[in-house]
Design a protein around this ligand. Structure first.
Ligand SMILES: Cc1cc2nc3c(=O)[nH]c(=O)nc-3n(C[C@H](O)[C@H](O)[C@H](O)COP(=O)(O)O)c2cc1C
Length: 211
Protein backbone atom coordinates (compact mmCIF):
# COMPACT_ATOMS: atom_id res chain seq x y z
CA UNK A 1 0.00 0.00 0.00
CA UNK A 2 1.06 3.58 -0.57
CA UNK A 3 0.33 6.93 1.05
CA UNK A 4 1.00 10.26 -0.62
CA UNK A 5 1.37 13.25 1.72
CA UNK A 6 1.14 16.86 0.53
CA UNK A 7 3.16 19.60 2.20
CA UNK A 8 1.51 22.98 1.67
CA UNK A 9 4.34 24.97 3.24
CA UNK A 10 6.54 27.27 1.19
CA UNK A 11 9.32 25.81 3.32
CA UNK A 12 10.46 22.43 2.00
CA UNK A 13 11.55 21.18 5.41
CA UNK A 14 9.52 23.38 7.74
CA UNK A 15 7.18 22.32 10.50
CA UNK A 16 4.49 20.93 8.20
CA UNK A 17 7.11 18.64 6.66
CA UNK A 18 8.21 17.49 10.13
CA UNK A 19 4.58 16.82 11.12
CA UNK A 20 3.99 14.76 7.97
CA UNK A 21 7.24 12.91 8.54
CA UNK A 22 6.14 11.89 12.04
CA UNK A 23 2.94 10.39 10.62
CA UNK A 24 4.77 8.76 7.70
CA UNK A 25 7.33 7.12 10.01
CA UNK A 26 4.52 5.16 11.66
CA UNK A 27 3.08 4.15 8.30
CA UNK A 28 6.49 2.98 7.07
CA UNK A 29 6.88 0.96 10.26
CA UNK A 30 3.81 -1.00 9.17
CA UNK A 31 5.19 -1.56 5.67
CA UNK A 32 3.23 1.22 3.97
CA UNK A 33 5.23 3.16 1.38
CA UNK A 34 5.09 6.94 1.75
CA UNK A 35 5.96 9.95 -0.39
CA UNK A 36 5.95 13.61 0.65
CA UNK A 37 5.10 15.99 -2.20
CA UNK A 38 6.02 19.65 -1.79
CA UNK A 39 3.12 21.75 -3.01
CA UNK A 40 3.95 25.00 -1.23
CA UNK A 41 7.23 25.58 -3.04
CA UNK A 42 5.57 25.40 -6.47
CA UNK A 43 3.54 27.96 -8.37
CA UNK A 44 -0.02 26.70 -8.35
CA UNK A 45 -2.74 28.75 -10.01
CA UNK A 46 -6.07 29.15 -8.24
CA UNK A 47 -9.26 27.54 -9.58
CA UNK A 48 -10.85 29.76 -12.21
CA UNK A 49 -14.29 28.12 -11.75
CA UNK A 50 -14.46 27.48 -15.51
CA UNK A 51 -16.19 24.12 -14.84
CA UNK A 52 -14.40 22.59 -17.82
CA UNK A 53 -13.46 19.56 -15.68
CA UNK A 54 -17.18 18.70 -15.50
CA UNK A 55 -17.45 19.05 -19.27
CA UNK A 56 -14.27 17.20 -20.25
CA UNK A 57 -14.33 14.49 -17.57
CA UNK A 58 -10.75 13.47 -18.44
CA UNK A 59 -9.43 13.58 -14.84
CA UNK A 60 -7.57 16.77 -15.68
CA UNK A 61 -7.73 20.44 -14.84
CA UNK A 62 -7.57 22.60 -17.98
CA UNK A 63 -4.76 24.62 -16.40
CA UNK A 64 -1.89 22.49 -17.62
CA UNK A 65 1.24 24.52 -16.84
CA UNK A 66 1.65 23.40 -13.24
CA UNK A 67 1.81 20.08 -11.36
CA UNK A 68 -1.83 19.73 -10.24
CA UNK A 69 -2.71 17.07 -12.84
CA UNK A 70 0.32 14.99 -11.83
CA UNK A 71 -0.72 15.24 -8.17
CA UNK A 72 -4.32 14.22 -8.99
CA UNK A 73 -3.02 11.00 -10.54
CA UNK A 74 -0.70 10.42 -7.57
CA UNK A 75 -3.73 10.61 -5.27
CA UNK A 76 -5.79 8.36 -7.54
CA UNK A 77 -3.08 5.71 -7.47
CA UNK A 78 -2.48 5.93 -3.69
CA UNK A 79 -4.37 4.00 -1.02
CA UNK A 80 -4.08 6.86 1.46
CA UNK A 81 -3.71 10.64 1.30
CA UNK A 82 -2.44 13.11 3.91
CA UNK A 83 -3.04 16.84 3.58
CA UNK A 84 -0.64 19.07 5.53
CA UNK A 85 -0.66 22.84 5.73
CA UNK A 86 0.97 25.57 7.79
CA UNK A 87 -1.41 28.09 9.32
CA UNK A 88 -1.36 31.41 7.45
CA UNK A 89 -3.66 34.01 9.00
CA UNK A 90 -5.78 31.27 10.57
CA UNK A 91 -6.25 29.61 7.18
CA UNK A 92 -4.58 27.25 4.69
CA UNK A 93 -1.48 28.36 2.81
CA UNK A 94 -2.55 29.94 -0.49
CA UNK A 95 -0.75 27.34 -2.61
CA UNK A 96 -2.36 24.45 -0.77
CA UNK A 97 -5.81 25.98 -1.16
CA UNK A 98 -5.28 26.48 -4.90
CA UNK A 99 -4.13 22.87 -5.29
CA UNK A 100 -6.92 21.34 -3.23
CA UNK A 101 -9.74 23.36 -4.82
CA UNK A 102 -8.67 22.25 -8.28
CA UNK A 103 -7.73 18.64 -7.47
CA UNK A 104 -10.85 17.82 -5.50
CA UNK A 105 -13.11 19.59 -8.01
CA UNK A 106 -11.61 17.46 -10.79
CA UNK A 107 -11.99 14.34 -8.61
CA UNK A 108 -15.66 15.16 -8.06
CA UNK A 109 -16.22 15.86 -11.74
CA UNK A 110 -14.92 12.40 -12.57
CA UNK A 111 -17.14 10.31 -10.31
CA UNK A 112 -15.27 10.86 -7.04
CA UNK A 113 -11.74 9.62 -7.78
CA UNK A 114 -10.75 9.45 -4.10
CA UNK A 115 -13.91 7.76 -2.75
CA UNK A 116 -13.18 5.26 0.05
CA UNK A 117 -9.47 6.05 0.17
CA UNK A 118 -8.11 6.71 3.65
CA UNK A 119 -7.36 10.40 4.25
CA UNK A 120 -5.98 12.51 7.09
CA UNK A 121 -5.17 16.17 7.70
CA UNK A 122 -2.47 17.90 9.77
CA UNK A 123 -1.80 21.56 10.55
CA UNK A 124 1.42 23.24 11.77
CA UNK A 125 1.03 26.50 13.67
CA UNK A 126 2.92 28.86 15.94
CA UNK A 127 0.03 29.71 18.28
CA UNK A 128 -3.54 30.06 17.00
CA UNK A 129 -5.54 28.97 13.96
CA UNK A 130 -4.62 25.28 13.93
CA UNK A 131 -8.15 24.04 14.40
CA UNK A 132 -9.74 26.05 11.56
CA UNK A 133 -7.02 24.75 9.23
CA UNK A 134 -7.51 21.15 10.39
CA UNK A 135 -11.24 21.58 9.73
CA UNK A 136 -10.67 23.26 6.36
CA UNK A 137 -8.45 20.40 5.22
CA UNK A 138 -10.97 17.84 6.44
CA UNK A 139 -13.68 19.49 4.32
CA UNK A 140 -11.98 18.14 1.18
CA UNK A 141 -11.84 14.61 2.61
CA UNK A 142 -15.38 14.50 3.97
CA UNK A 143 -16.88 15.88 0.75
CA UNK A 144 -15.24 13.01 -1.13
CA UNK A 145 -16.58 10.03 0.87
CA UNK A 146 -13.11 9.30 2.18
CA UNK A 147 -12.35 7.31 5.34
CA UNK A 148 -10.73 9.35 8.10
CA UNK A 149 -8.56 7.98 10.92
CA UNK A 150 -8.31 9.99 14.12
CA UNK A 151 -5.72 10.61 16.84
CA UNK A 152 -6.05 11.36 20.57
CA UNK A 153 -6.61 15.08 19.87
CA UNK A 154 -7.12 17.26 16.78
CA UNK A 155 -4.18 16.97 14.38
CA UNK A 156 -2.38 20.22 15.16
CA UNK A 157 1.29 20.66 16.09
CA UNK A 158 2.98 23.82 17.41
CA UNK A 159 6.23 25.55 16.46
CA UNK A 160 7.58 28.66 14.75
CA UNK A 161 11.01 27.98 13.28
CA UNK A 162 11.54 24.82 11.15
CA UNK A 163 11.85 21.74 13.35
CA UNK A 164 10.56 23.44 16.50
CA UNK A 165 7.50 21.19 16.42
CA UNK A 166 9.67 18.40 17.83
CA UNK A 167 9.60 20.32 21.12
CA UNK A 168 5.81 20.04 21.21
CA UNK A 169 5.67 16.71 22.99
CA UNK A 170 1.89 16.45 22.86
CA UNK A 171 1.82 17.40 19.17
CA UNK A 172 4.44 14.77 18.38
CA UNK A 173 2.30 12.16 20.13
CA UNK A 174 -0.79 13.31 18.18
CA UNK A 175 1.07 12.75 14.89
CA UNK A 176 2.46 9.39 16.06
CA UNK A 177 -0.96 8.11 17.16
CA UNK A 178 -2.49 9.39 13.91
CA UNK A 179 0.11 7.44 11.92
CA UNK A 180 -0.59 4.26 13.89
CA UNK A 181 -4.35 4.61 13.50
CA UNK A 182 -4.05 5.42 9.81
CA UNK A 183 -1.96 2.30 9.20
CA UNK A 184 -4.49 0.25 11.19
CA UNK A 185 -7.47 1.63 9.26
CA UNK A 186 -5.75 1.01 5.94
CA UNK A 187 -4.99 -2.58 6.89
CA UNK A 188 -8.55 -3.18 8.12
CA UNK A 189 -9.95 -1.70 4.91
CA UNK A 190 -7.63 -3.73 2.71
CA UNK A 191 -8.67 -6.98 4.39
CA UNK A 192 -12.31 -5.94 4.74
CA UNK A 193 -12.70 -5.28 1.03
CA UNK A 194 -12.37 -9.02 0.42
CA UNK A 195 -15.33 -9.85 2.63
CA UNK A 196 -17.45 -6.70 2.98
CA UNK A 197 -19.20 -5.19 -0.02
CA UNK A 198 -18.81 -1.44 -0.41
CA UNK A 199 -22.05 0.57 -0.54
CA UNK A 200 -23.12 1.51 -4.03
CA UNK A 201 -22.26 5.07 -4.90
CA UNK A 202 -25.32 7.30 -4.99
CA UNK A 203 -25.76 9.80 -7.77
CA UNK A 204 -25.08 13.21 -6.24
CA UNK A 205 -28.15 15.36 -5.64
CA UNK A 206 -27.20 19.00 -6.08
CA UNK A 207 -29.67 21.55 -4.73
CA UNK A 208 -29.39 25.22 -3.99
CA UNK A 209 -31.57 27.68 -2.12
CA UNK A 210 -33.90 28.65 -4.94
CA UNK A 211 -34.95 25.32 -6.38
C1 LIG B 1 2.13 34.50 6.22
C2 LIG B 1 2.14 33.75 7.53
C3 LIG B 1 1.01 33.79 8.34
C4 LIG B 1 0.99 33.12 9.55
N1 LIG B 1 -0.15 33.14 10.29
C5 LIG B 1 -0.20 32.51 11.48
C6 LIG B 1 -1.40 32.51 12.26
O1 LIG B 1 -2.46 32.97 11.87
N2 LIG B 1 -1.34 31.92 13.49
C7 LIG B 1 -0.18 31.37 13.98
O2 LIG B 1 -0.21 30.88 15.10
N3 LIG B 1 0.93 31.29 13.24
C8 LIG B 1 0.96 31.85 12.00
N4 LIG B 1 2.10 31.77 11.23
C9 LIG B 1 3.25 30.96 11.70
C10 LIG B 1 3.25 29.54 11.06
O3 LIG B 1 1.98 28.95 11.10
C11 LIG B 1 4.21 28.62 11.80
O4 LIG B 1 5.51 29.18 11.80
C12 LIG B 1 4.25 27.23 11.20
O5 LIG B 1 4.98 26.37 12.02
C13 LIG B 1 4.87 27.26 9.82
O6 LIG B 1 4.95 25.98 9.26
P1 LIG B 1 6.03 25.65 8.13
O7 LIG B 1 7.38 25.71 8.77
O8 LIG B 1 5.68 24.29 7.64
O9 LIG B 1 5.84 26.68 7.06
C14 LIG B 1 2.14 32.43 10.00
C15 LIG B 1 3.29 32.39 9.17
C16 LIG B 1 3.28 33.03 7.96
C17 LIG B 1 4.49 32.96 7.08
Amino acid sequence: MKVVAFNGSPKKEGNTYHALKLVCEQLEEKGIETEIVNVGIKNVKACTACNMCFKNRDEKCVIKNDDVNIWIQKMKEADGIILGSPVHYSSLSAGMKSFLDRAFYVAGANGSLFRHKVGASVAAVRRSGGLPVFNELNNYLTYSEMMIPTSNYWNVIHGLMPGQVHQDEEGVQIMRVLGKNMAYLMEVMKNGKETVEAPEQERKILTNFVR
